[in-house]
Design a protein around this ligand. Sequence first.
Ligand SMILES: [Zn+2]
Length: 121
Amino acid sequence: MNKDLSRYKDPEKRRLWLNDWKRNHRRNNPDVRKAEKERLNKRRNDNKWKAIQYLGGRCSSGKSGCNNIIATKENMAIFDFHHIENKEVGVATLFSRTWKKILKEIKKCVLECSNCHRLER
Ligand SMILES: [Zn+2]
C-alpha cells in the first residue's frame, strides 16, 4: 500500500483505497470470508422461512400425495416457490435481497413441496 496521503482528501481515491483494503482484508482472512458467508446464508434462510410462513406454511398442492406437508425449520429445504404468473426472478436468488423485493415476487407464487412442484411442470 502506498503512503500517499492525498488519497484521504479525494473522496473518490479514498473510496477506491477502502475497497482495496476490504478486498485484501477478505483475501487474507479466511475467517472473515467464512463469517460473511454464514451471515448471508442465515439471511437467506431467515427470508425463506419468512416467505414460507407468508404463503401459508405448507404445500398448497398435495398432488404427489404429500398430504400438504407442513413446513418446519428442519424440512424447509424441500419447499419450492411455484410461479403462477409472470416470473421475473427466480425466488431462490431473491432471498439475499430485501424483504420488499422478495414480497413483490412471492405474491405471484404458491408454496409447494418439491415433489408436487415437479408434477406441476
Ligand atoms: Zn406437496
